[in-house]
Design a protein around this ligand. Structure first.
Ligand code: SAM
Length: 206
């Protein structure tokens, strides 16, 4: 468990990332997410809906589909598409039947997905060793005017990777602070158990 997160946080290229998630996909839900009581996708889903989010939605770095699963559990009936670097993670997501379309894509590069989207959501993708703030501009190319963004950002990279500066350029950003893991994590992975995420919410201006 600890090895998984330590390895994930130490990634330094999309190629390394794709390799790691190829191995992790099969055990991600039952090992990592259930084992550590991973709550971030539920927090993002709740924040998106509480701020009036509507579809079609793009789930960025969708992984195995946990965030879309929470949206459905919370009663969201709109269309949701998935984008992720890892074909293996997307395969696990596809099997759940939650998404309209699934796109294998590197969100740090120019994108051509199924938009324009009225909602852009993400959990766990803007974190150590993963994706930095430059990807936000790529995501904005897929957003309809007025689209609601709800992106989690690991608190440990918020300033270090320049998310604070990037979000200062977007008007009306709301930040919510949440615990990424539930109490079960304290025993299983004390190094990461208390980590917090910031959920950044704003409406796309252009
Ligand atoms: C920690 S997982 C989070 C998955 C899911 N959102 C969740 O909360 O369970 C991070 C995901 O981001 C994806 N990812 C990492 N870098 C990416 C990139 N440059 N473009 C698209 N997806 C990326 C990984 O493949 C992985 O599925």
């Amino acid at each position: 468990m600890m090895t998984d997160l330590n390895a994930a946080f130490a990634l330094s290229s999309p190629e390394d990332c794709a390799r790691l998630y190829a191995d992790w996909a099969a055990s991600y839900d039952t090992g990592f997410a259930a084992g550590l009581d991973y709550r971030l996708p539920a927090h993002v889903a709740a924040a998106f809906l509480a701020h009036g989010g509507t579809g079609p939605v793009l789930d960025v770095g969708a992984g195995t589909g946990l965030l879309a699963g929470h949206l459905r559990d919370m009663g969201f009936a709109g269309e949701v598409d998935a984008a992720d670097l890892s074909p293996e993670m997307l395969q696990a997501a596809r099997a759940k039947g939650l998404y309209r379309s699934l796109f294998q894509a590197d969100i740090t590069r120019p994108l051509s997905l199924g938009g324009p989207y009225h909602g852009i959501v993400s959990s766990g993708t803007f974190t150590h060793g993963h994706v930095g703030p430059a990807a936000i501009s790529q995501l904005e190319t897929q957003a309809a005017p007025g689209a609601l963004f709800a992106l989690s950002i690991n608190e440990g990279v918020y300033r270090a990777m320049g998310f604070d500066a990037a979000l200062a350029q977007r008007p009306g950003v709301t930040l919510l602070e949440v615990q990424i893991y539930g109490p079960a994590a304290a025993e299983k992975d004390p190094d990461h158990a208390m980590q917090r995420g910031l959920i950044a919410l704003w409406r796309h201006a252009a």
